[in-house]
Design a protein around this ligand. Structure first.
Ligand code: DQA
Length: 141
């Protein structure tokens, strides 16, 4: 089973970006954890980071994976294009967030993308991605 993991905008800045909110792990370190978890769960992962909304839409439309785990970053809160891309493919999509978006600023408390997903995991730091992988695996059984 193959899972596509998509990191959206500004997640390449993890490790130095708002460390009080997102922690000190870099994206490379989080990706290592994702790869270790995938190996333990007998999953194959493809990991992609992009700051571009259109590239996220393309990645979702073109994926040959069995499921997608996505952190759409700030696009979560306003990208109807990403929401529509998620809704347009038959593969299950799990939305993840490092922070608990419901405990943050009001503008972050609404996700336009989550209703098109199977579910959402938020607030567990890097572990949100690992829980997302496990959830995606469960969906494929
Ligand atoms: C985030 C939450 C978003 O509100 C924010 O714009 C991000 C990261 C998270 O993982 O907690 O870039 O998606």
């Amino acid at each position: 089973m193959k899972i596509l993991v998509i990191h959206g905008p500004n997640l390449n800045m993890l490790g130095s970006r708002e460390v009080n909110v997102y922690g000190t792990l870099t994206l490379d370190q989080i990706n290592k954890e994702i790869e270790n978890c995938a190996e333990a769960e007998s999953l194959t992962v493809e990991i992609k980071q992009t700051n571009s909304e259109g590239e996220i839409v393309d990645a979702i439309q073109r994926t040959s994976a069995d499921a997608v785990v996505i952190n759409p970053g700030a696009y979560t809160h306003y990208s109807i294009a990403i929401r529509d891309a998620i809704a347009s493919v038959p593969v299950p999509v799990v939305e993840v967030h490092l922070s608990n978006i419901y405990a943050r600023e009001e503008f972050r408390q609404h996700s336009v993308t989550a209703p098109a997903c199977k579910g959402q995991i938020a607030g567990f730091g890097a572990q949100s991605y690992l829980l997302g992988l496990q959830a995606a695996k469960g969906l494929m059984k």
